[in-house]
Structures are given as structure tokens and as C-alpha cells.
Write a protein of this length. Structure first.
Length: 352
């Protein structure tokens, strides 16, 4: 009897835990507005533009953005019911950077009858909708899904955007709401968030070159390098931007799978194809032996080969630290003019 009672008590506790918002699974929807206060929300500026009225968050006043500060969005879904007055203008942001004025981030446009031709359902600055889908002073449902560099928007369950951002413009950030200008009045209610599964690849994130810890056998290291990696469908999108010591800008962009096959690359004067292959614990590649690297538990190793046409002109090993915060790229490359460079580049993760 005691055993049966104990099992019953455990079952009750487990059921209660399932309903505890703090113990929700990552794939569960959860409310991010309590209907009465702006707890967990913070305005980037002009805080007086935000109030709670009749169970909704209201934007009314000078330009301001209201950020949900309790958690960030890497891969997530964001939905709400929205209502705008005549000539109102607003938006729902994902992966937004907290701060004053207009934030960096992806904006799902909310705009029906203002002078702006970019209407509700647009991914502002990326994918435009010019048709008015919603009348003034009417509640509608807006739903944003962001997974890797794939962004989708739905208005009243109708898809308006299905966009792949091949520049990986924003990698992570907050959810936010927009109050665009004085005279515009917007209401948001039933605000919900769902955290989607995290990236499978540990390479995903924003990486900055640590110039002081990096070396090159000839010439100068770039003054600045930023690499942005996101998952795209069944592979990864690699986007880099660099500035040389004399101020010249450049960058690389390619889609690839971590499978050792060659993929087309844009932006390099030296090579036009690249392959990446992960080296697991059961396989020590010749490149690792040459570099005399001894593998540590939980580190990740990758071999990258660069080709011009069919000719191999460079290869590098990538070592990702066990904590996922440091990426070491060591290799050689044969420039088109014939000079061969050896390099070691150390990158630090700026964002997950």
C-alpha cells in the first residue's frame, strides 16, 4: 500500500511540474505577457509610450520599442493578436538588439493604411507585401517563425513570407514590439513564444577575429573579421565580412554541408569551391597528424579544403574548443600569384 501511495504522489507531482511554466519543454508555447503589467518588458527609450489597457499592451506616443527581456530568441516562434488605428504603423521583432531608436533585428511589419507602401505581413527590408490584408481597428493574428536563417510570417494563418536570409543578418536577440510614431496607436494581446530546438552545429554563431592571438607568415592580418554562421535547411550558411589594414572591405559567402563535398563559394579572389568535413573521435585525419594536434574530449575538429577549379590550393583545420567559445583556424593557402601563406587565426564567439 505504501508503494502504491508513493507512486501516486510522484504521479501528482509530475503532473504539477508539467504545468509549471518554469519547467515547460522547449517546444511548448508559453505566454510572455501577463495581461496586467509590463513585467519582463523594457522600453529602449520613451518609456511613456507603453501602457497596459484592457488586457493588452498599448503603444501610443513617441517612437519607442518594447523588448521582452526574460529570454533571447535564437530559433523561436512569436505570435500575437494585433490591432492598429487608421494610419497606424508598428511591428513585431525577432532577434532584436536592445537599445534606443530603431533596433537591429528582423521586423514583421504591422501596417495597414499609413503612407508606407510596405504592408502587414512583410519582413521589413527583406521581403515586401504591398497588398492591404487587414482593415483598420480590427484584431488580427500575426505569427513569426525563425529557424536558422529561414524566416516565415503568417497573417490570420495565411503565409505571407517564406524567406532565406543568405547574409545571416541577425543571429540572435530579443523579441520586441514597435510604437512607430505619435498618432499611431497599436494594441497587442495574447503574446506567445515558443523556443525551437537549438542549432545542431556547434559552429553556429557570430565569430570575431582575435588579431593579437593570430599569425600569418607574410603580409598583414585583416584589421577586422566577422563570421556569421547559421543553419540553412540541411546545411550551414557561412557569411564573413572583413576589413584589411588599408581599409579594403571583402567577404565570403557560401552554403555547404559538413560532408566533405565541394560547394561553390563567392567572394574570394583565390578559390571558388570549398569543402568542410567533421573529424570525429574515431577518425584522426592526416591533417591533424601534420599539425601535431592531440584531440581533447568534447572538442570539435573540421577539415576544410579550398579549390580553384579542380586544383587544391589550400587546406585548414578548424578546432572548436570544448566550451564552444573559441575557434582556431590553422592552414596554408597558395595565392593565384604563386606565394604560399601559412596562418593561424583565433576567433572568439560574440553571440550564440
Amino acid at each position: 500500500m505504501r508503494t502504491l501511495l508513493a507512486l501516486t504522489a510522484l504521479a501528482v507531482l509530475a503532473a504539477a511540474a508539467d504545468k509549471d511554466p518554469k519547467k515547460l519543454k522547449k517546444d511548448d508555447w508559453h505566454p510572455i505577457f501577463n495581461g496586467t503589467t509590463l513585467e519582463d518588458w523594457k522600453a529602449g527609450d520613451n518609456t511613456g509610450s507603453w501602457t497596459v489597457k484592457d488586457g493588452a499592451i498599448r503603444g501610443d506616443g513617441e517612437r519607442s520599442h518594447l523588448f521582452y527581456m526574460k529570454e533571447k530568441c535564437i530559433n523561436c516562434e512569436f505570435k500575437a493578436e494585433v490591432r492598429l488605428n487608421h494610419s497606424g504603423n508598428s511591428g513585431m521583432y525577432v532577434r532584436a538588439a536592445f537599445g534606443p531608436e530603431f533596433p537591429k533585428g528582423y521586423e514583421a511589419q504591422c501596417e495597414n493604411t499609413s503612407d508606407d507602401p510596405v504592408k502587414t505581413g512583410s519582413l521589413y527590408g527583406f521581403d515586401k507585401v504591398f497588398e492591404q490584408l487587414v482593415p483598420d481597428d480590427t484584431w488580427w493574428k500575426q505569427h513569426v517563425i525563425i529557424d536558422g536563417n529561414h524566416i516565415q510570417i503568417f497573417v490570420n494563418d495565411k503565409q505571407t513570407v517564406d524567406f532565406i536570409d543568405e547574409k545571416n543578418t541577425y543571429v540572435s536577440g530579443y523579441l520586441a514590439l514597435q510604437q512607430h510614431n505619435a498618432g499611431s496607436v497599436v494594441d497587442f494581446k495574447n503574446l506567445m513564444m515558443k523556443e525551437l530546438p537549438p542549432p545542431k552545429s556547434p559552429l553556429v554563431g557570430i565569430w570575431h577575429l582575435n588579431r593579437e592571438q593570430s599569425t600569418i607568415s607574410a603580409g598583414e592580418l585583416p584589421k577586422q573579421v566577422e563570421i556569421r554562421i547559421l543553419e540553412e535547411r540541411d546545411g550551414i550558411r557561412y557569411q564573413s565580412e572583413s576589413v584589411t589594414a588599408d581599409g579594403k572591405k571583402g567577404g565570403l559567402n557560401f552554403f555547404g554541408r559538413v560532408d566533405g563535398y565541394d560547394y561553390v563559394l563567392a567572394g574570394s579572389p583565390d578559390y571558388d569551391h570549398i569543402s568542410i568535413e567533421e573529424i570525429d573521435r574515431r577518425k584522426v585525419h592526416e591533417a591533424l597528424k601534420v599539425a601535431k594536434i592531440r584531440k581533447k574530449p568534447d572538442e570539435h575538429y573540421y577539415l576544410s579544403i579550398q579549390r580553384r577549379g579542380f586544383a587544391e590550393i589550400g587546406r585548414a583545420t578548424y578546432t572548436l574548443s570544448a566550451d564552444g567559445n573559441t575557434l582556431r583556424r590553422e592552414g596554408t593557402i597558395q595565392h593565384e600569384k604563386g606565394d604560399k601563406l601559412n596562418y593561424v587565426e583565433i576567433f572568439q564567439k560574440a553571440e550564440p
